[in-house]
Ligand binder design. Structure first.
Ligand code: PGA
Length: 253
């Protein structure tokens, strides 16, 4: 068992209504009850923007944190029908926001746009969960490292507060597919990401890098030997309190 802080972040995507607070409630209780046995964990739930404020008000004794899944690149008001600004998310009660998720990149989000979103979110004192990762086609062409490097270099700038940014390595081909990377390959990629990010920030301290993509209660043990992984971004399995809690429990077993 490791003593390093590990993140377990749920990404609900387009799931959830007011009644599903029961999932958050159960996980919050688990987080509280295991606070001594597993004290080096941080649980965050990135829920749809429609639920943040409602959950925030109900989640009074908080042992888990709330986040959003995307935002506009303008930090405050703007004439952008249908969009939500970082300021609005912050006011609703979000402390984190996922940016650069491949499902958003697929709709045309560029590194340039994601960079703007990071700047606006940091300005509004949101913590950023910044997603990067290669497609299957890029992997097959052995482009994983160059793709990741470009995503990092085009987006992260040395004046950003890296302490407010968590990087999530999510190979596009692993999301929702039940496929996970080979463990030794994954370890090398995580180390590479840390090295590239440290170069930008000229820091000795390691940035936080998570893995995401088809993480579940069965395969989580496979990741435990890679101590360099600072946690997990969990989609599908975060919609069930039992599955999510089992992921955390099994990780520390
Ligand atoms: P998944 O999603 O766990 O369902 O693969 C992960 C994500 O998209 O963040």
């Amino acid at each position: 068992m490791t003593n390093k802080l590990k993140y377990f972040i749920g990404n609900w995507k387009m799931f959830g209504d007011f009644n599903d607070f029961k999932i958050i409630k159960r996980i919050n209780e688990f987080s509280y009850k295991s606070r001594n046995s597993i004290n080096q964990k941080k649980i965050i739930f990135c829920v749809p923007a429609t639920l943040i404020n409602h959950y925030k008000k109900k989640n009074k004794k908080k042992y888990i944190y709330l986040g959003a899944q995307n935002c506009h690149d303008q930090s405050d008001y703007g004439p952008y029908t249908g969009y939500i600004s970082p300021a609005m998310l912050k006011k609703a009660g979000a402390e984190y926001v996922i940016l650069g998720h491949s499902e958003n990149r697929l709709t045309g989000e560029s590194n340039k746009l994601i960079k703007k979103k990071i700047i606006s979110s940091l300005n509004k004192k949101l913590n950023v969960i910044f997603c990067i990762g290669e497609t299957m086609k890029e992997k097959k062409r052995k482009k994983t490292f160059s793709v990741i490097k470009k995503q990092i270099q085009d987006t992260l700038k040395k004046n950003f507060n890296i302490n407010k940014i968590i990087i999530a390595y999510e190979p596009v081909w692993s999301i929702g597919s039940n496929k996970i990377p080979k463990i030794d390959e994954l370890k090398n990629i995580i180390l590479y990401i840390k090295k590239e990010v440290k170069k930008i920030f000229k820091s000795k301290e390691n940035p936080k890098v998570l893995y995401g993509g088809s993480v579940n209660d069965k395969n989580i043990r496979l990741f435990s030997p890679i101590i360099e992984i600072d946690g997990f971004l969990i989609g599908n399995a975060s919609r069930s309190s039992k599955k999510f809690i089992d992921i955390v429990k099994n990780y520390y077993k």
